[in-house]
Design a binder for this molecule. Structure first.
Ligand code: ZN
Ligand code: ZN
Length: 210
């Protein structure tokens, strides 16, 4: 693997916050950030964080982004259809599920299907997997065979479609597209333990039947 991945469950519901480091260049990115904690600050010490890459705009994945950006100066990347969640506490569900507003900020770069994000020698392709939210994405490192799946795909399960912006039909389509990806991938999910695409093809009934 050309990237090193460190994982910390952070924030009110323990969303996985990933520190991804391109081993060739030493550059890092943080994927989602449920809270900016002393532990995360300590893990980032000495690292150059180029990007904060968000899998979608829900509060549990973005509550730490404001402070993380202040601390690192990293560029905040999110799909265009979830970009409003960064400054709208209704859209991010912060009010609805967490009972308070988040600190608003703007994306530095909005993403669309097929975009490429270069982190040193590592390239992440953006796949817009609608269903959990309109702007949900997978970040796919094809060469390194790694996917960050946010709340779209979980080990043995998939993300809720009953929240605002969720859509069953679109989720089904997204699961089909994920299943159709070539070969195997290590999958780092938005919550709970990681998995692989091969495992999910075999054992995830939702992926099997999609
Ligand atoms: Zn979510
Ligand atoms: Zn979540």
């Amino acid at each position: 693997m050309a990237i090193k991945v460190e994982s910390l469950p952070l924030g009110p519901v323990g969303a996985n916050t990933y520190i991804v480091t391109d081993e060739a260049s030493g550059l890092s990115a943080v994927i989602d950030c449920g809270a900016f904690t002393p532990q995360l600050r300590e893990k980032l010490r000495g690292k150059t964080v180029k990007y904060i890459m968000l899998t979608h705009g829900h509060y549990d994945h973005i509550l730490g982004v404001y402070d993380l950006k202040q601390a690192t100066g990293a560029e905040v990347l999110i799909h265009k259809d979830d970009a409003n969640c960064l400054y709208d506490s209704m859209a991010s569900l912060a009010f609805y599920s967490y009972g308070q507003a988040q600190q608003p900020l703007k994306a530095d770069r909005v993403l669309t299907e097929g975009d490429r994000i270069e982190l040193g020698q590592t390239v992440f392709r953006v796949m817009n997997t609608k269903g959990h939210t309109e702007g949900s994405v997978l970040y796919i490192d094809e060469a390194g065979r790694v996917i960050f799946s946010g709340d779209t795909l979980f080990a043995g399960s998939y993300g809720r479609t009953d929240l605002p912006g969720g859509d069953d039909g679109k989720m089904l389509n997204s699961l089909r597209r994920i299943k159709a990806l070539e070969g195997d991938y290590k999958i780092f999910t938005g919550h709970d333990q990681s998995t692989t695409l091969e495992e999910e093809r075999k054992f995830n009934v939702y992926l099997r039947s999609s």
